[in-house]
Design a protein around this ligand. Structure first.
Ligand code: PLP
Length: 458
């Protein structure tokens, strides 16, 4: 029995940053989180926020969903940990079945992990072991794009095209080839968007040839860019050409759907918008929507079998397939399907995107509004005609995020275009956002944009 008077220690916010806080760069100390419900979060002073970024594009099903909490409570009463080499567990097995059912044909094996970086690492290692198992041991290079973000661990970081994040660690990582992300909207040529899309895809072929196809293991991309490029959607021509090039050179195609997956873009997987079938998929974030640290690699059975016949997958994590995390994931995904949250995200996302684009009439600082479903972003520019970026030292996107935060709206910012030039903010509320709640985003955002524009003299 737990003692009836048990109460966790509540930190004294006036005592200064806690030792756990010192690793983070945030310029100001944030309030203490109290509770959250649906699309809202309250801090301990009672202030309410609209979670316009779902944390870091995580809380797809919203906060404190009663069905998910009930499923977690039921699992907690049974067991919260069972080591994967000792026991299978029902939530993990059921969740794996559901994920396989929701994934493209052929991708029918699911390997659980605890987050996005681990999901990407797992894809890298399975791909490599598959190459070894099939007599292609010369293949080890993984081509990725810049800008891109694939995770913080050294393997995933080596694929990350974000110099500010990778530079100090460069000597510790194997240098992996990068091609430009398809930032077609920035190009000033006479090509059509589809021609530009093919041109960017062809850069993959050129890079494979430059590296030597027999050394290239895989190509990894976020089908729709996440925070690195600000919800960058390539022209339709890009996607089939990428698949074609990978097939032509025996290069595996890995979709990093850590941010785009689980319904965020209006389909369960972003690749579905183009009927793309990758060879491996990395999932996390919205997958368990913040109720538990959970991620997964989805892989084809024949790839897994080939590796199993060659001694098995030399990889795994202590917490993989944790029953409580999987019970949360199972409830999140079951509810995502039952309530058609991807369909809802497509519908409400289209309205929100129109409203954000409507702000361009009043605010010349907005250079571009883009994205799909509820993965939306606004790029801030000095000049809408040339899309010239704002001076980096103005930290315009960071300032907008702070101004919005003061007004009870949480949005998310990153520097785009390689991590050092250009600004965007992500507007990615939970997929349960009601159309009648859009004003709760637009009103504080307009207010924040008014102040920012005044400060920048625009
Ligand atoms: N891949 C993508 C596309 C991401 O957006 C992220 C996180 O932002 C990751 C991988 C890494 O996930 P995690 O932070 O859970 O390790």
């Amino acid at each position: 029995e737990a003692p009836a008077d048990y109460a966790p220690a509540v930190p004294d916010m006036d005592a200064g940053p806690a030792p756990s806080h010192l690793f983070y760069q945030s310029r100001q100390r944030r309030p203490l989180l109290d509770r959250a419900q649906g699309v809202h979060i309250w801090d301990t002073t009672g202030k309410r926020y609209l979670d316009g970024s779902s944390g870091a594009m995580v809380s797809n099903i919203g906060h404190s969903d009663p069905v998910v909490l009930a499923a977690m409570r039921a699992q907690m009463d049974k067991s919260t940990f069972g080591y994967r080499l000792h026991f299978e567990n029902a939530p993990a097995e059921e969740l794996a079945r559901l994920v396989a059912k929701l994934s493209p044909p052929g991708l029918d094996r699911v390997f659980f992990v605890s987050g996005g970086s681990e999901a990407v690492e797992s894809c890298l290692k399975l791909a490599r072991q598959y190459a070894v198992a099939t007599g292609e041991a010369g293949r080890f290079k993984v081509i990725s794009r810049y800008p891109s973000y694939h995770g913080a661990t050294l393997g995933a970081l080596a694929l990350t095209g974000y110099t500010t994040m990778t530079a100090p660690f460069a000597p510790m990582m194997h240098e992996m080839p990068k091609i430009p992300a398809p930032t077609c909207y920035l190009d000033r040529d006479t090509l059509s968007m589809d021609e530009r899309g093919r041109r960017y895809a062809d850069m993959l072929e050129a890079e494979i040839l430059r590296q030597g196809p027999e050394t290239v293991l895989a190509f990894i991309m976020e089908p729709i860019g996440g925070a690195s490029t600000g919800a960058l959607v390539a022209p339709d021509s890009y996607y089939p050409r990428i698949r074609e090039i990978c097939d032509a050179y025996g290069v595996l195609l890995i979709h990093d759907e850590v941010m785009t997956g689980a319904g965020r873009t209006g389909r369960f997987l972003a690749g579905e918008h183009w009927d793309l079938v990758p060879d491996l998929i990395a999932l996390s974030k919205g997958f368990a929507a913040g109720y538990a640290p959970l991620g997964a690699m989805v892989a084809p059975g024949q790839m897994v079998e080939a590796v199993m016949e060659h001694g098995g997958f030399i990889h795994g994590y202590t917490y993989a397939g944790n029953p409580l995390a999987c019970a949360a994931g199972l409830a999140v995904l079951s509810e995502t399907v039952r309530r058609d949250l991807p369909g809802h995200a497509a519908k409400v996302g289209a309205v929100l995107k129109d409203r954000l684009a409507g702000l361009m009439d009043r605010f010349p600082i907005i250079g571009d509004v883009r994205g799909k479903g509820l993965l939306l972003a606004m790029e801030l520019v000095a000049d809408r005609n040339t899309l010239a970026p704002l001076p980096p030292e103005r930290m315009a996107a960071a300032r907008l995020v702070d101004l919005a935060y003061d007004r009870g709206l949480i949005i998310y910012w990153r520097r785009t275009r390689g991590g050092y030039v250009g600004d965007h903010v992500m507007v990615c509320p939970p997929l349960i956002l009601g159309e009648d709640q859009i004003d709760e985003i637009l009103d504080p955002l307009e207010d924040a944009l008014t102040v920012l524009s005044r400060e920048l003299g625009m």
